[in-house]
Design a binder for this molecule. Sequence first.
Ligand code: NAD
Length: 297
Amino acid sequence: MNTLPRIAFIGLGHMGGPMAANLVRAGYPVSGFDLTADAVAALVSLGGSAAPDAASAATQADIVISMLPASQHVAGLYLEQDLLAAIRPGTLVLECSTIAPETARKVHAAASARGIMMLDAPVSGGTAGAAAGTLTFIIGGEAAVLERARPVLEKMGKNLFHAGPAGSGQVAKICNNMLLAIHMIGTAEALNLGVSNGLDPKVLSDIMRVSSGGNWSLEKYNPWPGVMESTPASREYEGGFGVDLMLKDLGLAMEAALQSRSATPLGALARNLYAIHSSQGAGQLDFSSIQQWLKRH
Ligand code: NAD
């Protein structure tokens, strides 16, 4: 008999699908639910089971994991549809979507009022990290709850960071993604300037990578097509981390900045540039495609 905790996995998209698959491979009994039947069928083909709805999966579970698009989906599911009512006290809820810290705190409060233990556990590492089980989890909530969640999180990720109390995982995640957007745009701008002035993009990238302009975009995710073989830039910006998801995260950063009265001038500019880029039809392309926008303007 399988003595591992029973897992309900809700939201089996680009990230949730491969994360749930890693849990099935590790031997956990996983019952999945998604609004898209194909996503559930993919889990079943690996040995998971299909739940008719989120509540049926959650009622049976020792651990509930959700990986949904945005704040409204998480608030909709846990609070408006009252999924929490279907979850037994003592159950662990790992909410892995990237959402507003405020929404995460509301769901935490409602969960703890029912004796349910919750962590906000947004991830970094993209679809490749989800498939390889090497995600970084950035966690908000109680340290003792994190220790209980550790074995299952370690089946999906390599690095676990405890950022602080409820909501802190989301705050750290949106700070990181705001910085990522800013240095991606800066990198694309520098490459565009250099190439417009006669430089080879690969030579310029090699120089800047080991000079004071060096950053993660230059090291791992060069936005100029052909400079790095395996990046989205070299496959017409397909796959990777979408412009619309980056735009969502920059919106979350702006909401947090308003609440704390923090100045985020570069984050605001990055949000505007990605909004223009998305409105011109690039919403589904990888976020490094901001390079194309700069080339055109
Ligand atoms: P996705 O759109 O591929 O998947 C979300 C899934 O949730 C979809 O399959 C959708 O059908 C399902 N869904 C929506 N509402 C539902 C509901 N009420 N019940 C059940 N299923 C529901 O998105 P994704 O790329 O997997 O991203 C998920 C989250 O992870 C987002 O918050 C995103 O910002 C974050 N994230 C994504 C990446 C990435 O590279 N894609 C990286 C880090 C973090």
